[in-house]
Ligand binder design. Structure first.
Ligand code: CA
Length: 225
């Protein structure tokens, strides 16, 4: 089980790191929101622990951002804020459980197990997307083309998921920037083009039908027939 621990207090972070590794988790740590976001974009975690008081941003904002990036793993909020309002806010904004500091390690471990058992998105959501011979497993965050696995980063997966959900329709660069990167205004950057280029290199291999089409001056479309 891969776990991302976002906690800026060094003592708590190292204590938790040791304890969680002992409990069998494979732990990555971040001390601020920026690092956490980067790790979450590049890796797939099964569960996250997020402290609310981070040096560069509020933990709630981080959780919202991670959800936007397509992170579906359960999030346990760890915080010194004990008020009912704080807890409700945390749970309403993307957290799955809330534990206040100081906490007992046994309780933290029990809550993690509980979250992992519950796992996954609600049963009403589709867990697979299929467009022609392209298939996305939304729970495992795995993609295949013609049955062969594609090695995608988290961000590439989210981008491909967005294209699949809109298969056959043209999506513009600003739509992609908004949905995948959470930027409302199109900055002077070719981030979308670069990611599409890399994604296409992985999805549309040699000799295969090109699924990701460029609509010059407009955007992109994922072919669905
Ligand atoms: Ca803190």
């Amino acid at each position: 089980m891969r776990l991302l621990l976002v906690e800026d207090e060094a003592d708590i972070q190292s204590f938790l790191y040791r304890s969680l590794e002992e409990a069998g988790y494979q732990v990555e740590t971040a001390s601020d929101g920026r690092t956490a976001e980067k790790l979450a974009a590049e890796n797939i975690f099964d569960i996250l622990i997020v402290d609310l008081g981070l040096p560069d941003r509020d933990g709630i904002d981080l959780i919202l951002r991670l959800r936007q990036l397509g992170v579906k793993a359960p999030v346990l909020i760890l915080s010194a804020r004990r008020s009912v309002d704080d807890r409700v806010r945390g749970l309403e904004q993307g957290g799955d459980d809330y534990l206040t500091k100081p906490f007992a390690l046994a309780e933290l471990l029990a809550r993690l197990r509980n979250l992992l058992r519950r796992g996954g998105p609600a049963a009403t959501e589709p867990t697979r997307l299929r467009v022609l011979d392209l298939e996305l497993d939304l729970l495992r965050r795995e993609a295949t083309r013609a049955g062969l696995p594609l090695q995608l980063t988290q961000q590439e997966f989210v981008l491909l998921e967005y294209l699949c959900r809109n298969a056959g329709r043209v999506v513009t660069r600003s739509m992609i920037l908004d949905k995948v990167w959470g930027m409302r205004i199109q900055p002077d950057t070719n981030v979308v083009d670069v990611h599409i280029y890399r994604l296409r290199g992985k999805v549309d291999g040699k000799g295969q039908t090109q699924l990701i089409r460029t609509m010059r001056g407009v955007g992109y479309v994922l072919k669905d027939r």
